[in-house]
Design a protein around this ligand. Structure first.
Ligand code: TNX
Length: 801
C-alpha cells in the first residue's frame, strides 16, 4: 500500500488531515493530525451553520465514513464520455461496475458504459478490479484511489469491490447537479467495524410489497448494511407461504381491522417472491435472516391451525398490537409442525442464522393448560421459563443438524439460554452483556434507541409512531459494544441493527420516513471505527445524501432540520406576537413573512421575530452553500391560530406510560390526521398556556380503536369516573387535580374513526398556566383522543366555530 505519498491539503503534512492512521509506519505526528481533524470538523460545522467556508473544507460525503481517508488538492473530471473498466472474466468487478453504472444513471444522469478491457489495470476514468493482494486485507474491505489517472477501486473480495463502487458513487454525486463531475483526489482504505450491520423490517403488522422490500434492500446496500432481518410472522399476520401448511397464509395472512367499513387487511410473499428477494439481496451482499416468531406472537398461526395452539379455542388473526396471549403448545406434533416450517424456511433462506423470535411470550396459557403442565412435568421441567428454553433448544438442535445457527430475542436467556443460541438484545443492553459473558454471540438492537418506530422529532407533522423521540443524534451516538464487557467478551458482539416495527408504519412512505436518515447514523455506528465518528462531521456530509435520496425518490425525514415555530402574543399588544424559530440540529434558518417561499436570500433568523398579526410565516433551514436542508414549514398566525395547541404542545401526564401517535384507523395510509394517546392513561398536559382573555375552549378529537394487548399492564389502565354516558373531557388548570375549568361531554357515537368537535365556555383567568385534559370515557370500547385544543377569546371571535 503506497498511498501515504499524498500531497498536502492546505499546507498540512501529507495525508494527515482527515484521520490519524493506525497502520504502523504511516502515522502522522499525533498532534498535527488531531488539530487538522478538529479544524476540519470545525469547518464542517461552520459550513452547516452558514458561515463562509470553501467546498473543499468538508469531508467528501461518503456515508458511512471510511476507516481511513485522506483528501488532497486537485480532482479528476468524470465526463459523460467516461468509461468503467473491468478485466475480462472478473465477474465480481463487473457486478460492482454495473451496480455503479446503474446508480449513476438514476442519480446523476451519467450513463457510463462498463467495458471489459484486458489492460484494465492501467488507469483511466474508473477501474474496478479484484486484487488478491489488495493492501486492505479485512473481509469486505476495499481501496479507492482517485488521482490524476482516475478512480481505481480494488479489493480482495466481491463485497469489498461492491462497497468500493458504492463509495465511488457517493464521490460522484456530491450535489444535486446532473452530468459531469469532478471527484476530489482521495485515498480511501476502508473496511467494516462489525460483521453484522443490520436492519429489521416488520412486515407482519403492516405488509410491505416485494418492490418496497427491494427498495429497502437497495438502500441498505448503499449504506453498506449487510443483514436484512425479515420479521415475517406475528400475531397480526403470517406473511410467508409454507407449501405444506397453506392455511398459514390463506387464513393467517388476513385480519379484519376495526372500523365500520374496514376491508380485510393482509398480504403474503409467495415462495417465488421470496427466492427473488433473497437473490436480489445476495447480489447486494446482504444476507436475509428470516424470523419465525415462537413460542409467542403466534396468534396468526394458531388462527390458521388451532391444533398447534394451547387452549383448543380458535382465535382470529389479531388486530391488537402489543402482547397477546396466544402461544404454541408443546406437543411433539407442534414441534414437528414447526420443524417442517423450518425445512421450507431453510430451503428458501441460505442464511446461517435463522431467527426464532422468543420475545414477549407471556406464559398465562401454558400455566392454565393441564396438557402443557402435564407435558412439562413429564419432561422433568421445573417452570414455564425453562419450558420455553426447552422449546427454543428443540429448534436450535434442529437448525444445528442442518448446519444452521439459531438466534433469538433476549428473552431466550430466561430459563437458561440454550447452548447453541445467539442472542439479539432488545430490552436495553443487559441481555447482550449477560449473553456475551456466558460466551454467546450477540447482536445489539436496544429499545428505544435503535427502534425506528419511535418518532424522530417532537413536531406535530411527524407521522405515526411510538412517542419516545429518538433523534438522529441519539442514534448516531449509540455505541455498539457495552462498556462493561471485557475485550474477550466483546469479541462476541457481532454488531448491531435497527428495528423497524410497523404497527404504526402503515405505508411504504412511512417506513422510509422512519428509516432515513437514521439509517445513515446507524451505518456509521456499525461501519466506522468508533474514534473516527464525529457527529458534526457526519451532519456536514448529510446534505449530499439528501440529494441522493431526492434522486432515488426516497421519502426521508427532514425532522432534524425542520423549523419549529412558537408564537407568543406580545404582552399588552393583542395584534402583535413574537415568533421563535428553532431546529433540532444546528442550521441556518431563513424565513419570510409575506407568504413567499424562503430561499437562500431570505432573512436569517437570529432572535425572536416581532410580527404584526395576521401574518403568514414560512421558514426553512439551509447549509452555507445554499442547500435547503428541510422543506419549508408555514404557519398562519392570527388571533385564532395563536390560541391553538396541537400535539407539538402536548405532553403526557405523569400517570401514563405507553405513548403512541396513531392514525384515525389502525390501517389508514393517508398521512393525517394522527392522534397522540397514552394507552394507559387518557390524559394530556398542555404546558404554560396563556389564558389571558380566554373565554372558550374547543377540542377536536376522535374515537380510536382500543387495539392493544397490554398483558400484565392491563390492570394499570387508569379509570376515571364519568358523569355522562360516554364520559367527558375534563379540563383542569395547573394540575390534573387542580380546579375544573371545563367539562365537555363526549359524543355517544364511539365507532373507531369518528371525529368530534366540542366547545365549552371558559372561566376568566389570567397569566400562563399548565392545562390538563383527561378523558373519563369507559376504559373498554373505543379510546378517546384529542388532536387540537383551541383557546378562544374576544379577538378571535368570528373565527370561533
Ligand atoms: C416489542 S422488540 C416487540 C415487538 C413490537 C415492538 C414495538 C420485540 C422483540 N418485540 O413485537 O413491535 O416492541 O416497538
Amino acid at each position: 500500500m503506497t498511498w501515504s505519498s499524498s500531497t498536502a491539503w492546505k499546507g498540512s503534512a501529507r495525508g494527515c488531515w482527515v484521520r490519524k492512521t493506525r497502520r504502523s509506519g504511516t502515522s502522522c505526528p499525533m498532534r498535527s493530525a488531531d488539530m487538522r481533524h478538529d479544524a476540519v470538523r470545525g469547518l464542517a460545522l461552520a459550513c452547516l451553520l452558514g458561515f463562509a467556508c470553501s467546498a473543499q473544507a468538508t469531508t467528501p460525503s461518503i456515508i458511512p465514513l471510511p476507516a481511513r481517508m485522506t483528501v488532497e488538492q486537485g480532482g479528476y473530471a468524470i465526463s459523460a464520455a467516461a468509461v468503467i473498466h473491468v478485466k475480462p472474466g472478473d465477474r465480481a468487478a463487473a457486478d460492482a461496475a454495473h451496480y455503479l453504472a446503474d446508480l449513476l444513471v438514476r442519480t446523476r444522469g451519467l450513463s457510463l458504459p462498463v467495458v471489459e478491457d484486458a489492460s484494465a489495470t492501467s488507469r483511466g476514468d474508473i477501474v474496478i478490479r479484484s486484487d488478491p493482494s489488495a493492501s486492505v486485507s479485512q473481509a469486505e474491505g476495499y481501496v479507492l484511489d482517485v488521482d490524476a489517472r482516475g478512480l481505481d477501486i480494488h479489493a480482495r473480495d466481491a463485497a469489498g469491490l461492491f462497497y468500493g463502487a458504492v463509495s465511488a458513487w457517493q464521490l460522484l454525486t456530491p450535489d444535486a447537479a446532473k452530468g459531469a463531475v469532478t471527484v476530489p483526489y482521495v485515498h480511501v482504505a476502508d473496511w467494516p467495524r462489525f460483521a453484522w450491520r443490520g436492519l429489521m423490517l416488520d412486515v407482519a403488522r403492516h405488509f410491505e410489497p416485494p418492490a418496497e422490500v427491494k427498495r429497502m434492500l437497495d438502500a441498505m446496500a448503499q449504506h453498506k448494511l449487510n443483514v436484512f432481518h425479515w420479521h415475517l410472522t406475528d400475531d397480526q399476520g403470517w406473511r410467508l407461504e409454507i407449501r405444506r401448511y397453506p392455511r398459514l397464509t390463506q387464513v393467517g395472512a388476513w385480519r379484519q381491522p376495526p372500523g365500520a367499513d374496514a376491508k380485510p387487511y393482509g398480504g403474503y410473499y409467495t415462495q417465488a417472491e421470496v427466492k427473488d428477494i433473497v437473490a436480489y439481496a445476495a447480489a447486494r451482499h446482504i444476507t436475509v435472516v428470516p424470523e419465525i416468531d415462537m413460542p409467542g406472537h403466534a396468534q396468526a398461526a394458531v388462527a390458521a391451525y388451532p391444533e398447534i395452539g394451547v387452549t383448543g379455542g380458535h382465535p382470529a388473526v389479531s388486530i391488537d398490537w402489543g402482547v397477546n396471549p396466544y402461544l404454541f403448545n408443546v406437543d411433539e406434533h407442534t414441534i414437528t409442525f414447526l420443524h417442517n416450517v423450518l425445512d421450507e424456511v431453510m430451503a428458501l433462506f441460505p442464511s446461517t442464522f435463522i431467527h426464532v423470535g422468543g420475545d414477549e411470550a407471556i406464559k398465562d396459557q401454558w400455566q392454565a393448560s393441564a396438557a402443557v403442565q402435564a407435558r412439562m412435568h413429564a419432561l422433568g421441567i421445573k417452570d414455564e421459563n425453562m419450558l420455553q428454553s426447552w422449546f427454543i433448544e428443540r429448534m436450535g438442535q434442529y437448525l444445528a443438524q442442518h448446519g444452521r445457527r439459531l438466534i433469538g430475542w433476549d428473552e431466550i436467556l430466561e430459563g437458561g439460554v440454550p447452548p447453541s443460541a445467539s442472542v439479539m438484545s432488545w430490552r436495553g443492553t443487559q441481555g447482550a452483556i449477560d449473553a456475551a459473558r456466558l460466551g454467546h454471540d450477540v447482536v445489539l438492537s436496544p429499545a428505544p434507541t435503535l427502534y425506528f418506530d419511535n418518532l424522530q422529532g417532537a413536531r406535530d407533522d411527524e407521522p405515526s409512531g411510538r412517542l419516545s423521540v429518538q433523534t438522529l443524534a441519539t442514534v448516531y451516538r449509540f455505541e455498539t459494544v457495552p462498556a462493561s464487557l471485557s475485550a474477550e467478551q466483546a469479541r462476541h458482539v457481532l454488531g448491531a441493527q435497527a428495528n423497524i416495527w410497523a404497527e404504526y408504519l402503515n405505508a411504504p412512505w412511512q417506513v422510509e420516513h422512519a428509516a432515513f436518515p437514521r439509517m445513515d447514523a446507524l451505518a456509521e455506528t456499525v461501519w466506522t471505527p468508533a474514534n473516527e465518528r464525529h457527529y458534526d462531521d457526519f451532519l456536514a456530509r448529510l446534505p449530499a445524501q439528501f440529494h441522493r435520496y431526492d434522486q432515488l425518490g426516497i421519502a426521508y425525514a427532514d425532522s432534524a432540520f425542520a423549523v419549529g415555530m412558537q408564537a407568543q402574543r406580545s404582552a399588552g399588544f393583542p395584534s402583535k406576537a413574537a415568533v421563535t424559530l428553532d431546529t433540532q440540529e444546528p442550521s441556518t434558518i431563513r424565513y419570510t413573512t409575506d407568504g413567499s417561499s424562503p430561499g437562500p436570500d431570505s432573512p436569517i433568523y437570529s432572535q425572536p421575530v416581532d410580527v404584526a398579526l395576521p401574518v403568514t410565516i414560512s421558514a426553512a433551514s439551509f447549509s452555507a452553500d445554499g442547500r435547503q436542508l428541510a422543506r419549508a414549514r408555514t404557519q398562519r398566525l392570527d388571533a385564532r391560530t395563536l390560541g391553538v395547541i396541537d400535539s407539538t404542545g402536548f405532553q403526557g401526564c405523569p400517570t401514563g406510560g405507553l405513548g403512541v401517535r396513531v392514525p384515525l384507523l389502525p390501517d389508514a395510509t393517508v398521512p393525517a390526521p394522527v392522534y397522540d394517546v397514552d394507552v394507559i392513561s387518557s390524559c394530556w398536559k398542555l404546558p404554560q398556556v396563556s389564558l389571558d382573555g380566554v373565554s372558550t375552549i374547543t377540542i377536536d378529537g376522535a374515537w380510536l380503536a382500543r387495539n392493544y394487548g397490554l398483558a400484565g399492564d392491563a390492570s394499570k389502565v387508569v379509570f376515571r369516573a364519568a358523569r355522562t354516558p360516554a364520559g367527558e373531557l375534563e379540563v383542569h388548570v395547573d394540575r390534573c387535580d387542580g380546579p375544573l375549568a371545563a367539562s365537555l361531554p363526549l359524543p355517544m357515537k364511539a365507532e373507531p374513526g369518528t371525529t368530534f368537535h366540542l366547545t365549552a365556555s371558559w372561566p376568566a383567568q389570567t397569566g400562563r398556566h399548565d392545562v390538563c385534559v383527561f378523558s373519563t370515557a369507559p376504559i373498554h370500547g373505543s379510546l378517546s383522543a384529542i388532536g387540537r385544543v383551541s383557546f378562544g377569546n374576544a379577538s378571535s371571535s368570528g373565527a370561533m366555530p
